[in-house]
Structure formats: structure tokens, C-alpha cells
Design a protein around this ligand. Structure first.
Ligand code: 3HC
Ligand code: NAI
Length: 701
């Protein structure tokens, strides 16, 4: 046996225990161990049944994603399942933790399945841009019915043991310790003479499917998962389960799986899976640096951000003290939080009793002294340096030793804020994105003096509240907003040069962004953007065309959705943008004033201008050490700015296009628009010249 799978016998049962930390991914050694173990059991006449179980924290979490893209070494997972099918012994899987992807498929290839009540099962392959490729699309519809199977496969969402049992995917839920309980179950099956029940032998009830079921699913998913390839392929595979015999269905599944695997979407999504996890690792910091415990949180400012920030912690069961200056603002902030929870409960997303439970964890206060016991204090008051400095000086006097003091500033210098305290090592930026209880990104701004354990605490906090924490160094706008600036600038310039704002938005929406840049201005507020620019005008490009449209629209008093008019117009109560001829004329007259000739644009040109501006700035951030890895930049853009998930982020997108092409185009733009807008990014240029990609960036640093 391999070291990844051990074999032992208990009476008439052969127990195959896989042990491949951390998540028992079905890598080569595990697959080999399973095939060998099954063969050994087959040869032993005493063995009546085989129990497949995993050591450690979970049943198989799926195929080993790190092996993808490399030549596969036999046996494949399908070979494992074939060995299971061919065996004359009764095969039972015992599930704890999460049986995901190939792991759940292995359970489905068994004759029976038992699980702990806390176990979960799922087919999350779609999130990696692929589909279940080891029989999941053929077996699950046979066991759970086509509709439920399709929902699980296309959503990728795991379900709990009870729900899995209700749909027939688990036979029994066992309590207590898994191994003895599973052995009891297998012994019972053996004693009863239970048949070798193969899922592949079950018939699908296709007649009960509504007419046009699969086409309707394709149309629905084309909207819900706009631009994604894998969900469509999942539908094709499940349809094959209905229209083809099992063996042919498996072949069809294989073809579709391989189509997905070869797609750039899957490459990008698999990259994003690992980039998300890598973001939590800080170069030079090992596991010896421990997070400080965070059992209570203080939030200062109950406005747009403070309220959302507080909700994250209440959702995670952590008590929050919310501090405001005026009772009225505090009452309003607390009422908004309650209203949000009530709305969520009304939609059935949380239980009605959860509203009271979460609100009971919230305490309002008008004095900062109420924060004296908080382990973490997050400041979310107005964006004003003098105000923030005076608040941090006060917090310094109040907070207990070791408390982490964080600012939610979106632009200000965290080092300057930290210098207002006697403990700059405890000060950090925690930049949440609006709406703070929804957006997954948390930019963690590491000041020059931030202590390592304060940083690790922030990363742990991100994990606790379900955010993707990405560390940024201190610079204006950190990673995300610094890159947003040239992106928005190019969107405006392209409009001044002749594309309408709605064409610009449509081109970027069709590229896959959640919304176009002009619609985003309207959402964030043109007033907010204008004031931010004014606050550091001396550091901005001096070209009069720089954000000329945003400033001109602001001067009309059109601030976006909040005034029902910005770049677009809005009807009361609606967020749907309507193109406005007034703005199109304004853009034309601004172009005339600035002496910019107008021409027509293709969507591809618009995308190049805007997205290449992101890439150029990203390369500069990387070289400056503001971002630690290209993957961190990509995580910021996927989780904070609506960059299309299936493109993996701007940096991997550049790799996929080819850095030579990207660099050549950027050089053209520089020749036309100058260094002020398209500054050199030597890292990008060196990589392109060497025929390398951002994945190799350390080699040229
Ligand atoms: N293959 C390789 N490595 C994996 C892995 C997998 N399937 N799943 C997790 N890992 C690694 C992670 O990269 C991470 O590595 P690191 O410590 O070096 O960063 C480590 O395991 C722990 O993972 P998490 O930090 O995510 O741990 P959590 O406890 O938060 O979550 C989990 C555990 C729920 C299992 C989560 O890791 C997960 O969702 N994994 C992916 C599951 C999945 O997508 N399975 C389908 C794979 S594709 C497949 O099976 C194809 C088949 O149909 C043919
Ligand atoms: P807001 O104006 O909605 O809320 C600020 C709140 O702080 C107000 O309720 C105000 O009464 C309160 N406040 C002011 N002085 C205070 C004091 N001394 N003590 C306690 N409370 C005080 O502002 P918003 O939008 O919530 O922004 C807060 C911070 O978050 C700013 O630094 C902003 O740059 C940052 N930010 C904002 C984002 C957004 O989209 N609105 C996104 C990310 C960060």
C-alpha cells in the first residue's frame, strides 16, 4: 500500500483509510492506494466489504487541483471508480467534513454511503471553470433526480448531510465517532446480504422533466452566470445523462470536461482559487507569528461604512460596540443595521430569530471610552486626515494594550495616522468596500511600523468574517483605487475621443465586468470622486482632459444615482441607467473645448485602453512592493471591483493575452498620449522582452 492509503482488516471488512493532508485531495498516491487496496480486498476471500474512510479533517475534498494541466499519471480517478464497479465486494464510503468534487464522485461510485450529521457534500467544479469529470454528472441525476442534480452541479454549492440524505445521496447519518459507527453500518449491510447497489444501474425518470427543460436551464444560466462557459457545459453533461446510456454518458462527460479544462476560463479560475489562498501568506512571516485574539470589536462612525463593517462581526457572533458623536446618527446607524437584517430575514436568507440574536450583540455608545475593552477598533469616520489623527490620539489613550487600531480610510496615509499614536505598531488599515457587509474584499494596509502579529490578526479577522484579505503597502489609493484611477481616466478619454459613455460601459460589461465605469461613477457618486480628486489635485496629471467629463457632470449638480442624474438618468426608486442625450452633447462639447477629434471605436479598442491601463499600473505596484504578488492584485480586482471571475484578474489576463502583445500596445499608447498617462513599467517591459509572464515576475526583479 502507498503511504497515502492504509489497508487493514476488521473481521470481514477491509478498511481503506486515506491520509493525504490537509484535505485528502485525490492525488496520484491516493488513487494508486485505493486501486491497490481494492485489488487486495478482492483477492481475500474473507473480505465481504470494503470501507473507504479518510483520516484528518475531511473526506476527499476532490481531485488534486495542483495536478491539473500536467500529464495525468495512471490510475486516473475514473480507473479508481472502474475498480470499484468491477469489484465483487460491497463498497461503502464513510463521510466526514466535506466530500467535494471527485471526493463526492467517489462516494457516489460506492454502493452505499454513510455520513456524520456535520458532513457536507457537493460538486464545486463549476467554480474552477470545469464540470464534475469522474461520473458526477451521470450518477447524481440517477440518484437525486435531474433537477436537483443540475442545481447542485451548476451552482457548485455544497449541501448538508440531512439534505443529501433526503435526496438519496447519503443512505444513513451516523452519530458519534465515524469509524466504529461506519463499521456497525457495514456489518449490518453484510448481515442483511445487501446487494451491490450501483448508482449506474439506476434509471432516470426523463418523462417527468418539463418540455424544453435543458434549453430553459441554458437560457437561465446564460443570464445568472453571464459569460461563464462551464455552467453551460454542465447542462450539456447532465442532458447526456438523460439521453445516453451510462457508459456513453461517461464518455460525453469526459469530452466536455476536457473542453472545459483546456479553456482559458478554467485556467483563470483555477489560478484564482490558489491566489485567494496565497493572499493570506505574507512573504517572510511564518506560522510562528500568531494572531492576537479578537473577541470584541469597536467601530467608530455609524455611517455607510461603519454600519456594514459592524454587521460583518455580528454575523460572525462577535460583539460590537458602535460609537458615534450624536445620538441621532447612532440611532440612524443602528436602525439601518436592523432594517438590513429584517430585509434579509424577509428574503429567507437568515432565520427571523437571527435578527434579534445579532442585534443583541450590538451596543451603541456616544463616548469612545466604551471602546476601552475592545480587541480591535475600526475607525470609519469622515475621510479627513486631521479628524482621523485626533481620533487615533484619543484611541491611544483609551484602548487597552495590544488592541489593534484600524482605519477604514480609502486614500489617507496610514503611517501618518499611526504617528498620531504612541503605538504605531498596533495601527493598520482595514479598507472595506461598499456595501461592507456584502463585498468580499478587505484590503489590509500594512504601515511601515505595523507589527507582524497585528498584520496576522488582520488576516485572521478577514478569514473569520468571510472576506478575502489582501495586503497592500501604503500608497495613495492602495492597490485597488490606485489602479482604478488610470482605468477610469481611459474610460473618459475614450469617450472624449468619440465613444459614447454607454458604448464604453457596454464594451466593459460585455468583457465581463459587473458594470461599466460610468455606471460605477453614478453608483459611487460623482461628488465623492470629484472631492477625492480635489483633495490631492497637486499630485494629479495636469492635462486639462484629465477626468474632464466627471468634473463637468459634477458641476451640473448631477451626482449620480443619489440625485437621479449623473452620467445617466434614473427614475425614482430604480437603479437602471438611461443614456442621456444631454451628457452625450456635453461630452462632445468638452471634446471640442479640449481640441480632441472624435472618431468611432470598436469594443475591443475600448477594452484594451481601459484594461491595459490597469495592467500597466498593476506592474508598477508589483515592482514597488505595494502588492506582494500578481495574484494579490487579481484578488483585489475580482473581489472588490467586479472584474470578470472567468478572466481571473487583470494580471493573469495579461499573461493569457501575452505580455509581448500587451507591452507593445502600451508602448503605442505611450507614444500617443505621453508618459504622464502611460508611465513606463520596467517590470512589464522586461518580462515581455524575455518572453515571460507575470507568473515569472520574481525572475526579472
Ligand atoms: N486540490 C489540491 N489542493 C487543495 C484542494 C484540492 N482539491 N482543496 C484544497 N486544497 C489545498 C488549498 O490550496 C490549501 O493549501 P495551502 O494550505 O497550501 O494554501 C489547503 O488545501 C487548505 O485549503 P483551504 O485553505 O481552502 O482550507 P479550508 O478548510 O478553508 O477549506 C475546503 C477546505 C472546503 C476543502 C476547500 O479547500 C475547498 O473548497 N477546496 C476545493 C474543493 C474543490 O473544488 N474540489 C473539486 C476539485 S476538482 C475535481 O474534483 C474534479 C473531478 O470532478 C474530476
Ligand atoms: P459617512 O459620512 O456615511 O459616515 C461617517 C460617520 O462618521 C458619520 O455617521 C459621522 O457622524 C461619524 N463621525 C464623524 N466624526 C466622528 C467622531 N469623531 N466619532 C464618531 N463618529 C464620527 O462616511 P462613510 O462613507 O461611511 O465613510 C467612512 C470612511 O470610510 C471614510 O474614511 C471613507 O473614505 C471610507 N470608505 C468609504 C467607502 C464608501 O464607499 N463610502 C468605501 C471604503 C472606505
Amino acid at each position: 500500500m502507498t503511504s497515502a492509503v492504509s489497508y487493514r482488516k476488521e473481521g470481514a471488512i477491509a478498511i481503506l483509510t486515506a491520509d493525504n493532508p490537509p484535505v485528502n485531495a485525490l492525488g496520484h498516491a491516493v488513487r494508486d492506494g485505493l486501486v491497490t487496496g481494492i485489488a487486495q480486498a478482492n483477492e481475500d476471500p474473507e473480505v465481504r466489504a470494503i470501507l473507504i474512510i479518510c483520516a484528518g479533517r475531511t473526506f476527499f475534498a476532490g481531485a488534486d487541483i495542483r495536478e491539473f494541466g500536467k500529464p495525468q499519471v495512471a490510475p486516473s480517478l475514473r480507473d479508481v471508480h472502474e475498480a470499484m464497479t468491477a469489484s465483487g465486494k460491497l463498497i461503502v464510503s464513510a463521510i466526514h467534513g466535506t466530500a467535494l468534487g471527485g471526493g463526492f464522485e467517489t462516494a457516489l461510485a460506492s454502493h452505499y454511503r454513510c455520513a456524520l450529521p456535520s458532513a457536507k457534500v457537493g460538486l464545486p467544479e463549476v467554480n474552477l471553470g470545469i464540470l464534475p469529470g469522474a461520473g458526477g454528472t451521470q450518477r447524481l441525476p440517477r440518484i437525486a433526480g435531474v433537477e436537483k442534480a443540475l442545481e447542485m452541479i451548476t451552482s457548485g454549492r455544497p449541501i448538508g448531510a440531512a439534505q443529501a440524505k433526503a435526496m438519496g445521496a447519503i443512505d444513513v447519518i451516523v452519530d458519534g465517532e465515524l469509524l466504529p459507527a461506519a463499521l456497525d453500518y457495514v456489518n449490518r449491510l453484510v448481515a442483511e446480504g445487501a446487494p451491490l447497489r450501483r448508482v449506474s444501474d439506476l434509471q432516470i425518470d426523463a418523462a417527468s422533466l418539463p418540455d424544453g427543460f435543458f434549453d430553459a436551464a441554458r437560457a437561465r444560466l446564460a443570464k445568472e452566470k453571464r459569460g461563464f462557459l462551464a455552467p453551460q457545459k454542465c447542462v450539456d453533461a447532465v442532458e447526456a445523462a438523460v439521453t445516453l446510456p451510462f457508459a456513453q454518458g461517461l464518455l460525453r462527460e469526459r469530452e466536455l470536461f476536457e473542453d472545459c479544462m483546456a479553456s482559458t476560463q478554467s485556467r483563470a479560475q483555477r489560478y484564482a482559487f490558489f491566489a485567494e489562498r496565497e493572499a493570506a501568506q505574507i512573504p517572510g512571516l511564518g506560522k510562528e507569528v500568531k494572531a492576537r485574539p479578537v473577541a470584541s470589536v469597536g467601530v467608530l462612525g455609524a455611517g455607510t461604512m461603519g454600519g456594514g463593517i459592524a454587521m460583518n462581526f455580528l454575523n460572525a457572533g462577535i460583539p460590537v460596540t458602535l460609537v458615534e458623536v450624536k445620538a441621532e446618527a447612532l440611532d440612524r446607524g443602528i436602525a439601518t443595521i436592523r432594517k438590513n437584517y429584517e430585509a434579509t430575514a424577509a428574503k429567507g436568507r437568515i432565520k427571523p430569530e437571527d435578527v434579534a440574536k445579532r442585534m443583541a450583540l450590538l451596543t451603541g455608545a456616544l463616548e469612545k471610552s466604551a471602546l476601552k475593552d475592545a480587541d480591535l477598533i475600526i475607525e470609519a469616520v469622515f475621510e479627513n486626515m486631521e479628524l482621523k489623527k485626533s481620533i487615533f490620539a484619543e484611541l491611544d489613550a483609551i484602548a487597552k494594550p495590544g488592541a489593534v487600531l484600524a482605519s477604514n480610510t480609502s486614500t489617507l496615509d496610514v503611517d501618518e495616522i499611526a504617528a498620531a499614536t504612541s503605538r504605531p505598531g498596533d495601527v493598520i488599515g482595514l479598507h472595506f468596500f461598499s456595501p461592507a457587509n456584502v463585498m468580499r474584499l478587505l484590503e489590509i494596509v500594512r504601515g511601515a511600523n505595523t507589527k507582524d502579529d497585528a498584520l496576522v490578526t488582520a488576516l485572521q479577522v478577514a478569514k473569520t468574517i468571510g472576506k478575502v484579505g489582501v495586503v497592500s503597502g501604503v500608497c495613495y489609493g492602495f492597490i485597488g483605487n490606485r489602479m482604478l484611477e488610470p482605468y477610469g481616466r481611459e474610460a473618459e478619454l475614450v469617450a472624449l475621443e468619440g465613444a459614447t459613455p454607454s458604448q464604453v460601459d457596454k464594451a466593459l460589461y460585455d468583457f465581463g465586468f459587473a458594470m461599466g465605469p460610468f455606471a460605477m461613477y453614478d453608483l459611487a457618486g460623482l461628488d465623492v470622486n470629484h472631492l477625492v480628486r480635489e483633495s490631492h489635485r497637486d499630485k494629479l496629471p495636469t492635462n486639462p482632459n484629465y477626468y474632464a467629463i466627471g468634473d463637468a457632470v459634477y458641476k451640473l449638480g448631477r451626482y449620480g444615482q443619489k440625485t437621479q442624474a449623473g452620467i445617466y438618468t434614473y427614475t425614482p426608486g430604480s437603479r437602471t441607467p438611461h443614456p442621456d442625450p444631454v451628457i452625450e452633447t456635453l461630452v462632445q462639447s468638452e471634446a471640442a473645448r479640449l481640441g480632441i477629434a472624435q472618431r468611432s471605436f470598436t469594443d475591443a479598442e475600448i477594452v484594451e485602453r481601459c484594461v491595459y491601463a490597469l495592467i500597466n499600473e498593476g506592474a508598477r505596484l508589483l515592482a514597488e512592493g505595494i502588492a506582494y504578488r500578481p495574484g494579490d492584485i487579481d484578488q483585489v480586482w475580482l473581489n472588490g471591483y467586479g472584474f470578470p471571475v472567468y478572466r481571473g484578474g487583470p494580471m493573469i489576463y495579461a499573461d493569457i493575452v501575452g505580455l509581448d502583445k500587451v507591452a507593445a500596445k502600451i508602448a503605442e499608447f505611450r507614444a500617443q498620449y505621453g508618459e504622464e498617462y502611460w508611465p513606463h513599467a520596467p517590470l512589464l517591459e522586461k518580462l515581455a522582452a524575455a518572453g515571460k509572464s507575470f507568473a515569472d515576475w520574481r525572475e526579472v526583479m
